[in-house]
Design a protein around this ligand. Structure first.
Ligand SMILES: [Zn+2]
Length: 243
């Protein structure tokens, strides 16, 4: 396999054999645990080298996915059979640079959500090839969101209503909700006007559903940022401009 990107901290060639194994995520457990498992706060005071290595790891996973060099299942558990009627909308931010590609969001879904689940010994799927049951543009997708909104208001409709997004850290809520993610780091700011308008349009389609921020259903995360809740929070703006 040829690599298009350059690497300083990790050697992607040394991972080729590992990614070809059905249980690659078990072989890579030390790295995945170090860089990706758990919620984001622990990463705040890591060294620059650690941050750069983590970025390179994500970049490498993207390259392996794009080249179809990661062993995935071609069938498996139909996770979506537990889908219930939708009564909630969960709002997220990607907590990344706004120019982050969907390939990176996909790689992060794969290694932060699916890999740790398939690594749990007491799960029936332990050690099995990873299978999401979700196809986007002809390829398996591990993105946990139904909609991703860019700063300029562009909407990517990733998962269908009948798909369960592995998004909130709470399976019951995942089964009943639609997820919308702003492709941005909204820790200290609110979404752009264009992104807000795009979100309002989506929310109108699901009228009657309760709107919640990710942190309102999972106390381990600060997603979608500090300015979401409260009297002047942007949560209020998402619904008030309904006609
Ligand atoms: Zn979130």
């Amino acid at each position: 396999m040829e690599f298009k990107e350059s690497y300083k901290y990790i050697n992607p060639k040394s991972y080729i054999e590992k990614f070809a194994a059905a249980d690659w995520y078990l072989l890579l457990k030390p790295e995945l645990q170090e860089y990706f498992y758990g919620y984001i706060k622990i990463r705040e005071n890591k060294s620059e080298e650690w941050q750069e290595s983590r970025k390179e790891f994500v970049k490498m996973v993207c390259e392996f996915v794009e080249a179809d060099q990661i062993a995935f299942g071609s069938s498996g558990t139909n996770w979506d059979k537990e889908r219930k009627s939708i009564n909630k909308i969960v709002i997220h931010h990607s907590s990344t640079d706004p120019n982050t590609s969907l390939q990176v969001i996909n790689a992060l879904g794969l290694i932060r959500l699916y890999a740790p689940f398939y690594s749990q010994k007491d799960n029936e799927q332990f050690g099995q090839p990873i299978w999401s049951n979700h196809i986007y543009k002809g390829k398996p997708t591990f993105i946990a969101y139904h909609y991703i909104i860019e700063q300029d208001g562009t909407v990517h409709h990733i998962l269908l209503d009948e798909h369960i997004g592995w998004q909130s850290g709470n399976w019951e809520i995942n089964c009943k909700s639609i997820s919308i993610c702003f492709l941005d780091d909204l820790d200290e700011k609110q979404p752009t006007k264009e992104a807000m308008q795009a979100a309002q349009k989506i929310i109108q389609k699901y009228h009657g559903c309760k709107l919640l921020g990710h942190k309102e259903v999972n106390e381990l995360t600060s997603c979608p940022g500090k300015l979401f809740l409260g009297k002047d929070g942007w949560k209020n703006l998402l619904t008030t401009q309904k006609k």
